[in-house]
Ligand binder design. Structure first.
Ligand SMILES: [Mg+2]
Length: 189
């Protein structure tokens, strides 16, 4: 993982994390069936991170250029708070999200992989690039993950943010305490 000197401080302020889909929540591959059905693979480690981030009060959102029922299903399963699909102009979608959540740029993180993400990427307070992101994205990031898109990169970012905010211990505690803490044992990944 590569981080900027102010990455920790920036991560502390984050309240909403926005994900790109292709190349971030997936490895960027699109499986296309003979009838045109599209399949994508999402990662359970990322899912676990998203579930826990939500349980600890962080909001999550998706901005993606493509339009896919696969993404809608996965977002529903992960209880992602807002989904903006078919957004060729990601800047507009970002403006809408900022207004919907009533947040400032400093309170928002974006996880990106490609240059199409840059218009939003350069605006947010905490910029995370997946390990195999385009160089132009990586060089503007506050955090570059070890893992590549679709292979735990999102989990890495969420763990960094939760640790910076002192919340990751709560995640681990619920799995290492013998007594029932009375929490919501939502194992959805
Ligand atoms: Mg992408």
């Amino acid at each position: 993982m590569k981080i900027s000197v102010d990455a920790f401080e920036r991560a502390c302020k984050v309240e909403l994390i926005i994900f790109d889909v292709d190349g971030v929540l997936t490895d960027g591959k699109i499986y296309m069936g003979i009838d045109g059905e599209v399949l994508k693979a999402f990662n359970c480690h990322d899912g676990f991170g998203i579930t826990n981030a939500r349980k600890l009060g962080l909001k999550t959102a998706i901005i993606t250029g493509r339009n896919s029922p696969c993404t809608a299903n996965r977002a529903r399963e992960m209880k992602i708070d807002a989904v903006k699909q078919g957004q060729m102009n990601k800047r507009n979608a970002y403006k809408e999200l900022k207004a919907e959540f009533n947040l400032t740029d400093e309170q928002i993180a974006y996880v990106a992989d490609d240059v199409i993400d840059l218009p939003v990427f350069v605006q947010v307070g905490f910029r995370a690039a997946v390990g195999d992101a385009a160089e132009e994205v990586k060089e503007r990031a506050h955090l570059v993950t070890v893992n590549i898109g679709g292979n735990g990169a999102v989990r890495e970012v969420l763990e960094f943010i939760l640790k910076a905010q002192g919340k990751w211990d709560q995640v681990i505690r619920q799995y290492t305490t013998v007594e029932d803490l009375g929490g919501d044992y939502d194992l959805m990944q």
